[in-house]
Ligand binder design. Structure first.
Ligand SMILES: [Zn+2]
Ligand SMILES: [Zn+2]
Length: 314
């Protein structure tokens, strides 16, 4: 039996909200190292040259702009429900039959070991592989998975992310990707901004380059941001390829994605299924109302498929 990497997720419950404090602590160290210890003194220093002032202004402006976007995206991922299955949701069927299904007495469906209304069972397509979550006791929409950390089914679940203390699913995946994007830009900026100070840390041993606190913050800020920039870059590349192929981390892990992947609508449409069609919304953690109306995938229940690829999985 293949080892399931998602099983270790159950242990993540313990970590909980501590991760939000960890993220904010890393931001605080970086803020202190870049703004307080390095570039405000460079801007206001009595011997500051024109070049020093312009560089300091540029770094401070970019740092604060990216930090604002990073925190906006971060708390959007943390606070947005990734999407849960509506109580009355059932696999696609004729509307008349669905209405009929409600008053009928329940019948036992042996294969599933649960109670399903008879008419509902008969109305399902013969070749359909109905997905049902025994833990939540409801049908699973397409691309939905049960998260053992959250203890519920998540629409178009990508993964449970320990850094955002939330599942990443249909309704917050874009926000998560933007969080990765701005984190990469911010950590790269901090790494480059602290590089001259980091080099000075080792070379200017005789020069008085600041208090031990400032030196420690500069050293820690540089090392942490370099490590994050490199690892986030790896994640960004991985997710760029997932978005391009319209698949999730779980689907890629389960190797469902093939040349005939039924959700692959071509790169442009695949991108719109996550980011929406309105360009002015692509870089912010929000959707245009028009996109929410026009793109059912953003709600996480219906996903357009390639017309030429049949699929029996609901
Ligand atoms: Zn479930
Ligand atoms: Zn989860």
């Amino acid at each position: 039996m293949a080892w399931n990497v998602f099983r270790f997720c159950t242990g993540l419950r313990i970590v909980g909200s501590i991760m939000i404090v960890v993220v904010l602590a890393i931001v605080a160290v970086s803020y202190y190292a870049v703004v307080i210890a390095s570039y405000i003194p460079q801007l206001l220093g009595p011997a500051a040259s024109f070049h020093d002032i312009i560089l300091a202004l540029l770094v401070l402006l970019l740092f604060h702009a990216l930090l604002f976007m990073l925190l906006w995206c971060y708390f959007s991922v943390v606070l947005t429900d990734p999407g849960s299955v509506p109580q009355a949701w059932s696999p696609a069927m004729d509307e008349d039959l669905e209405a009929e299904a409600v008053p009928l007495a329940s019948a036992v469906q042996p294969g599933l070991g649960i109670n399903l209304p008879t008419s509902l069972v008969h109305s399902l397509p013969h070749n359909s592989k109905v997905r049902f979550c025994k833990k939540c006791n409801h049908f699973k929409p397409p691309r939905c998975h049960h998260c053992s950390v959250c203890g519920r089914c998540i629409l178009k679940m990508d993964h449970h992310c320990v850094w955002v203390v939330n599942c990443v699913g249909a309704r917050n995946y874009k926000y998560f990707l933007l969080f990765l994007f701005y984190t990469f830009l911010e950590t790269t900026l901090v790494t480059l901004a602290l590089l001259p100070h980091f080099i000075a840390f080792f070379t200017d041993v005789e020069e008085d380059s600041g208090s031990p606190g400032k030196l420690a913050a500069t050293f820690l800020g540089f090392v942490l941001n370099l490590a994050f920039a490199l690892s986030v870059l790896g994640f960004l590349i991985m997710h760029a390829s997932l978005v391009a192929g319209n698949s999730t981390t779980i689907e890629a892990y389960e190797k469902k994605v093939s040349a005939k992947w039924k959700y692959d609508l071509g790169r442009k449409r695949n991108f719109e299924q996550v980011f929406g069609a309105r360009k002015s919304y692509w870089l912010i953690p929000s959707y245009a109302e028009e996109d929410m109306r026009r793109l059912p995938a953003l709600h996480g229940l219906d996903f357009p498929c390639k017309p030429d690829v049949g699929g029996d999985e609901l």
